[in-house]
Structure formats: C-alpha cells, structure tokens
Design a binder for this molecule. Structure first.
Ligand code: GLU
Length: 416
C-alpha cells in the first residue's frame, strides 16, 4: 500500500477537483479554486517581558471572495504553517457556502506556543499581527475570529488595534468579541452547539435514538466540551472525553455539566472523579454510537481508521479525518458529518455578530440560537438529500453543494 498523503493542501485540492468533475464544471473553475486569491506572511516582532525582541511568523490567507468578504479564524499554535493556513482558508470558503453565508473563506495563524508566553506578550503579539495585516482585513474585506488558542479577549485587543489604526470604531472587523464590546450572545458556545444539532439531525435520519446514545469526544476544548454538554442535555451519554492533559472514561457516562466545571481549573478532563484514564486509540476504538472529533487535522488516518466502531463520526474540528480514511469509513457504512457542515455553527453566529455590528442593533440569545438551529438543520437536510440522490458520502455532498454556490457566483461575476 502506498503511503497516505497527509498534506492537507493537496487533500483539499483533490477534493475540489473531484467535486468540479462530478458537477461537470469546466477546468477554469478548478484553476481558480485550487489556490488562494491572496495570502501573506508577516514577521511580528514582539518585545518580550525580559526586554529582548522576538519575531514570530504569522500568516493570513484569503481563498475566494466570490460570495463575500473573506471570513475565518486566527489560530496560535506551534505547528501552524503557511500551507495549513491556506488549506484552512479553503475549507472556510466551502463552510460558508454550505450554510449559505455571504462570505468567502479566510484564515490566519501564528506559529507560536502561547502556553510559553505571558498575557502581556500575547497581547503585544496579537496587536502586532493586526498592525502587519493593515488593510488586508476590514469589515468588507476579511473578518477574522477566534480559532485554536485564541479567544474573545485576544479579539478585543485586535479590534482595539484596528480602531486605533483607523481612528474610528469598527466592531465589524472581527467577530468572536466579548459581548460587552459588540460580541454576540451565543457565539462562544456556537460551534459546539452546531455539532450537537447536526448530530441530533443525523441520528433522526439514521433512526438512532439519541436518548442514551453513547458518545466519545476527542478534543475536549471549546468546541468539544460544548458539543459534549449539549449532547448530554439532549439525553446522550458522554462516556469518554480526551484533551491534551489526558482522557476520562466512564462506561456509565460522565456528567458533562460537572465535567465542564471540574476541568476548568485543571484545564483537563484527566482525573475526573469516577472516571478511568483512556488513551486516544482506546477512545477511537470504543463501541459508541457517536464519535466527536474536535481537535486538529489528520486525527483519523489510514493508520488508525480501522479502530473506529462508531456509527456516526462528527467532525467538530477542521479536517480531522483524512480524505482516504474517510472513504474507508464510508465503505464500512460509517457516516461522517463533514467539518464544513458540522463545525459551521461558529462562523454562522460570527455572521450574526457581524450583522448586529453593522446595524448596531443587538439580538437576545434565544433569537441567535433559533437562527443558528434553522441554518444548521436546513444545511443538514440539503446535504443528506444530496448524498442520497447522488449516492455519495456526506463530504462529497457538502463539496458539491458548496462548490456549486461558489461556481455560480464566479460565473455571474464573469471570472469564468
Ligand atoms: N474558527 C472557526 C472556524 O474554523 C470560526 C471562524 C469564524 O467565526 O469566522 O470555523
């Protein structure tokens, strides 16, 4: 067997090509979609607490803006590369298109281990990055948001820096802000909520009773923990959870409400009272109904896909199952809820935040959640039907819907 291609940039290009071919699109569409419209690399010098200056490398990529300004998060992680950021921006184009948001795809990242930086150093890094991005971002150009290891406080510093550069207030330049300064109610929980809603709809379609259904969550961070909490609230039994600090397993179910509270001070689910420790491979191999993947890219590959026993795999992260492993799971009758659908709750509420910022009129949380639910349920039904009609897996169906939308806009603009 040839070695699996774990290069995410090449994986997404192959996925785009396959969808363009199924849709019978002229090669010009693939030529435009195979690479970002614009991408930049910047050096961000930061004055460290010890007085020295250290330069961090950051990236921002705007893949395609046929459907609107670029949109997508900024991550701080030691493994960030230019290729990864470009790929993530491509996934954002399709994520926004699957939900029907008036956005293109963008993404940013800085190669840094934020756990090694003080709060002040992180603030100076965030501000320095925005100064370097300059007019590359803006409410009608490209709108960043949180991603791995970034949060509302970091978004607040970034908006402040942008406002200082422009000389006036611009809340719509960045989403995922604290609620007090123009953030939307429901944004922090939105990605996890969207995962739970998509799983709920899929269980309904697959005749799986969510009440008592067993769930394992890989990556119990912002996305995974809220997905676990909402699935627990819907009656499911979260039996296993794992994060960077370790894993917790209890066949009788972990109380997701207590798990969230208990893991806050220690920042890990490891050692949760009543649980036993579990490794990632053991978690993948559990006999559960739903496996939620909410960590990083390339989590399930050809090396470990054989372990998976769940009937439903929910991609709360971006790209956690490789294309090849995904096809294998499909052959084994396992349904994957693809990232560009399943993890779209965050950017959907980011869109609501941006709309509220632009009109300066703010909605109650219930309104946000109702709108999110409507968007997620409609998108799921659309893809489920497409997958059945075309006899393809849900990922291919998602790409077909997304690329159709982007292609139609490009055609109207006369790009092709
Ligand atoms: N970082 C999130 C994602 O990957 C949210 C992006 C946004 O809200 O713009 O979908």
């Amino acid at each position: 067997m040839s070695k699996e291609n774990l290069n995410v940039f090449e994986q997404v290009q192959a996925q785009i090509k396959e969808a363009c071919d199924i849709l019978g699109l002229d090669n010009s569409y693939y030529e435009i979609l195979k690479t970002p419209e614009r991408a930049m690399e910047v050096g961000v010098p930061v004055r460290m607490d010890d007085g020295t200056v250290k330069t961090f490398i950051g990236y921002r990529s705007q893949h395609n803006t046929a459907n609107g300004p670029a949109k997508g998060g900024i991550r701080f992680h030691p493994d960030v590369t230019f290729d990864e950021v470009k790929t993530l921006s491509m996934w954002m184009t399709f994520k926004c298109a699957v939900i029907g948001l008036p956005y293109g795809g963008g993404k940013g990242g800085i190669t840094v281990d934020p756990t090694k930086l003080s709060k002040g150093e992180i603030e100076r890094l965030a501000r320095g990055f925005v100064r370097k991005l300059g007019d590359f971002i803006g409410p009608a150009v490209d709108i960043p948001a949180p991603d791995i290891n970034t949060n509302p406080q970091i978004m607040a510093w970034m908006v402040d820096e942008y406002n200082t550069m422009k000389g006036f207030n611009n809340p719509g330049v960045i989403t995922g802000k604290p609620v007090l300064i123009g953030g939307s109610l429901g944004r922090t929980e939105a990605t996890g909520r969207g995962v739970a809603l998509t799983v709920r709809e899929a269980c309904r379609a697959m005749n799986i009773d969510l009440k008592g259904a067993k769930v394992a969550v890989h990556g119990y961070g912002n996305v995974g923990s809220f997905a676990g909490l909402y699935l627990h609230n819907l009656g499911a039994k979260v039996v296993a959870a794992l994060d960077l600090g370790g894993g917790a397993y209890n066949p009788a179910g972990l109380d997701a409400v207590e798990l969230m509270e208990d893991s806050k001070p220690t920042r890990t689910v490891y050692g949760f009272p009543g649980s036993q420790s579990i490794t990632a491979d053991e978690l993948f191999a559990l006999d559960v109904d739903v496996l939620v993947l909410a960590a990083l890219e390339n989590t399930i590959t050809m090396e470990n896909q054989h372990l998976v026993k769940a009937r439903l795999v929910a991609e709360g992260a971006n790209g956690p199952v490789t294309t090849e492993a995904g096809k294998k799971l499909f052959e084994r009758g396992i349904v994957i809820l693809p990232d560009i659908l399943c993890s779209a709750g965050g950017v959907t509420v980011s869109y609501f935040e941006w709309v509220q910022n632009l009109m300066n009129y703010y909605w109650p949380e219930q309104e946000v959640n109702e709108k999110l639910e409507r968007n997620m349920v409609n998108a799921f039904n659309n893809l489920w039907k497409m997958a059945a009609d075309k006899k393809v897996d849900m990922r291919t169906a998602a790409y077909l819907v997304a690329i159709r939308r982007v292609a139609d806009a490009m055609k109207l603009y006369g790009w092709v």
